[in-house]
Design a binder for this molecule. Structure first.
Ligand code: ZN
Length: 75
């Protein structure tokens, strides 16, 4: 099991589900952690995997705005 690197929250305990999208492989779920970190999870036959993770409460900066799916992996 993995935990949030910012607050230690277990990834298996979803705090807030922002949106779900069906994909050919299964499902992509956008969630927000207790600390405000945005996560992208991919659910397929193998289970749930956190593939992308944003920083908690990102400071507002126009240069740092990225579209969903464009967030670099910060593992
Ligand atoms: Zn967190």
């Amino acid at each position: 099991m993995t935990t949030c690197p910012y607050c230690g929250w277990p990834d298996s305990d979803v705090v807030t589900v922002l949106s779900r999208h069906r994909t050919p492989e299964g499902e992509t779920v956008w969630t927000r952690c207790a600390c405000g970190s945005l996560q992208t999870r991919v659910i397929d036959a193998a289970g749930t995997k956190v593939v992308l993770r944003g920083r908690p409460h990102e400071p507002e900066s126009p240069r740092n705005v990225t579209a969903p799916g464009d967030v670099p992996c910060e593992r």
